[in-house]
Ligand binder design. Structure first.
Ligand code: HXC
Length: 288
């Protein structure tokens, strides 16, 4: 049974918006990224999702494909974003299957709570490798295809009319807000996310002239995600929710809708930006 649409996106977007588009997503079997991809697939895209766990990645891919009749979603497991060659093989398979890549979501991440004292050098390095090197590898392996797509879908610089082919050549890095202030037991993740932010900003500058946009989505506390489960004990959730500016956690739908915005024509002139989707969580003193 397909998931109800409201479980992963709002009603605001029109069906067929992403017809003939191809999405490549690392960390695609996770709660947030799978909702992002499901929304894009619902709106017409086909997708490759990448993960480390073969069974989980293939199962989630099959499930995402139920979002639209005729959708093709390939789950490519046993891919470690830390290993460029393994990622490159996945990209090649995606391009062979679908003919190109229009949109990339770099979502693979590693996280656990540990103080600096508890954090071994290898533990710190593991998160740097998954988050920063993994994001770089994702960019490096997909960028030729994003450039190709970006050129094909470029808006005419004189008339500024949207391309009749829709949009392409777009990358979103999934980051966080914890490094804006710092957060206990999250030094490794904070440092990694700051690196990802810098990576995206540079991609926007360097690849803008080649028709590629690069942006960051920084989710705040999103209900029922691994990140929130790891960071917030269950018995603290009710008090935490009440303390939030909007009085609720985010929904994965909030992240999907931000993704659709950035990949669609509505986001054509948005590049080198961070879209914080956190209900003003980080601006509140002491909220982390
Ligand atoms: C201290 C830990 C630890 C812990 C692992 N390590 N867990 N140290 N506390 N809880 C140490 C290990 O002892 C080891 O160091 C080093 O980290 C590498 O661990 P491995 O298990 O060998 O590595 P690996 O199998 O590659 O696992 C990587 C991982 C793991 C990051 C440690 O948690 C993972 O695979 N996570 C992927 C899924 C995930 O984390 N998703 C959450 C994303 S949520 P030594 O010195 O012993 O060799 C998210 C939200 C962020 O990202 C935003 C927050 C607001």
């Amino acid at each position: 049974m397909p998931l109800p649409k409201s479980d992963y996106m709002s009603e605001s977007w029109k069906d067929g918006l992403f017809a003939n588009k191809v999405v490549f997503c690392t960390g695609g079997a996770g709660t947030i990224c799978s909702a992002q991809v499901r929304a894009l697939v619902h709106l017409g895209a086909n997708a490759c999702i990448i993960g480390r766990n073969v069974e989980k990645t293939e199962r989630v891919a099959q499930d995402i494909a139920t979002a639209r009749q005729g959708a093709k979603v390939i789950g490519i497991g046993a891919v470690d974003v830390r290993k460029f060659e393994s990622l490159k093989e996945a990209v090649d398979r995606c391009v062979k299957e679908f003919g190109g890549i229009d949109f990339v979501i770099a979502g693979a991440a590693g996280n656990f709570l540990a103080s600096i004292e508890q954090l071994s050098v290898n533990a710190f390095k593991s998160v740097m490798d998954i988050d920063i090197l993994g994001s770089y590898n994702t960019l490096k392996a997909t960028i030729p295809h994003l450039v190709e797509s970006g050129n094909k879908h470029k808006m005419d610089s004189e008339s500024l009319k949207p391309s009749p082919l829709g949009t392409g050549g777009r990358i979103i890095f999934v980051s966080a807000t914890i490094h804006y202030r710092g957060m206990p037991f999250q030094t490794h993740v904070s440092v990694a996310k700051a690196g990802i932010d810098a990576l995206s900003n540079n991609v926007a500058i360097e690849y803008g002239p080649l028709g590629v946009t690069s942006n960051i989505i920084s989710p705040g506390p999103i209900a029922q995600t691994e990140g929130l489960e790891r960071l917030l004990p269950s018995d603290a959730k009710a008090d935490y929710t009440r303390s939030q500016p909007l009085g609720r956690f985010g929904h994965v739908r909030d992240i999907s809708d931000a993704t659709v915005y950035l990949f669609s024509d509505t986001g054509s002139y948005v590049s080198g930006q961070t879209l914080v989707v956190d209900g003003a969580n980080w601006r509140m003193s002491g909220s982390g």
